[in-house]
Design a binder for this molecule. Sequence first.
Ligand code: HEC
Ligand SMILES: [Cu+2]
Length: 341
Amino acid sequence: MKKEYLARSLVILFILVAVTIPFAGQWLSGRNQPAAIELHARMPENGGWSPDTIQAEVSQPIHLHITSDDVVHGFAIGKSDQPALEIIPGEFIETTLIFDKPGKYTFYCNRWCGPNHWRMRGTIEVSGTGTPLALDPQPLFLKLGIDIDAPQPAKTIPSKTTSAERGAQFAGLLPAYAKNRDTYLSTSPENLWLRLRAEATLSNLSDNDLWDAVTWIWLQQTTMDALANGQKLFANNCAACHGETGKGDGVMVRGLPVWNPGLHSSGDSPHLSTGEGFVSPPDFTDPKNMLGASPALLEGKIIRGGMGTGMPYWGPIFTAKQIEDIVSYIYTFVWGFSNQE
Ligand code: HEC
Ligand SMILES: [Cu+2]
């Protein structure tokens, strides 16, 4: 008898808690909870996100009811650790978001829904007081004045596959600048090789010895964890165009003409001059394509994208660290770092 009473009051207590908690915020803040926002996901051809701009206020939860009107999509927020949600056609998924800093946030689809998939992006404008969302630091390519539209094919390339392991034995001979982070960021592998080739102290080393040393230097600037992270990001966001193995033959670009930088003059829209429009990406496994590019240049291309080509801009999506990891990983296509050490 007594037991039963206890059990019943426990149930009531649970119900009370469950019912009152959603209202507690209203009582406390003395204002109405914002109504739920219905967000519809559609392929960009069908209109993309609707609405594509959402207003929010600092510290005020926004409730999203998200559904898809066509195929399976994803809902993710750029530069955040918030796990992505899967958006299934005909089903609603609910989520509550709270932003602690005013500023513009990008939300995007993270499922390959079609060739224009990456255009499925929207903005959450958060107003209110508080320290604003930090603006991105000026990208290095701008600070260094690198023209990321200019072709950068390498003229000097290794005659065989290089090895960071073999390169490690020359570590002690290398001048200090060669192991410096700033040198790495601002210099292409080809340029560093040319500088080392000109060093009298290294004249005993063969050309391939020096390429092994440069490979070792590039590997020193990253970690196996960072490369694994870069690989994962590449597989999810880039491989559909660039191909799993970086050859530029992803499912989304098969059959398109290959982009040939030599055919274009530099300028802000090199591709439109020939009326090509969409082209397939360059082959990352070809040393001529990769060894002439510095990390700052690759970072710039990833942040800004290729205007007038199919290369998306990733600046609002990835953190600086994520882009750094992707850049480190992209070089592995030409040097096969991942097979070594
Ligand atoms: C929708 C297809 C598509 C997707 C997705 C895509 N790219 Fe590209 N990418 C291209 C095309 C096309 C080019 C060549 C155009 C250009 O360089 O201006 C290119 C060029 C590049 C270049 C310049 C290469 C060079 O040598 O100049 C880099 C670096 C790059 N992509 C990295 C990435 C990364 C990293 C991702 C994923 C986060 C990505 N791309 C996703 C299509 C794509
Ligand atoms: Cu999509």
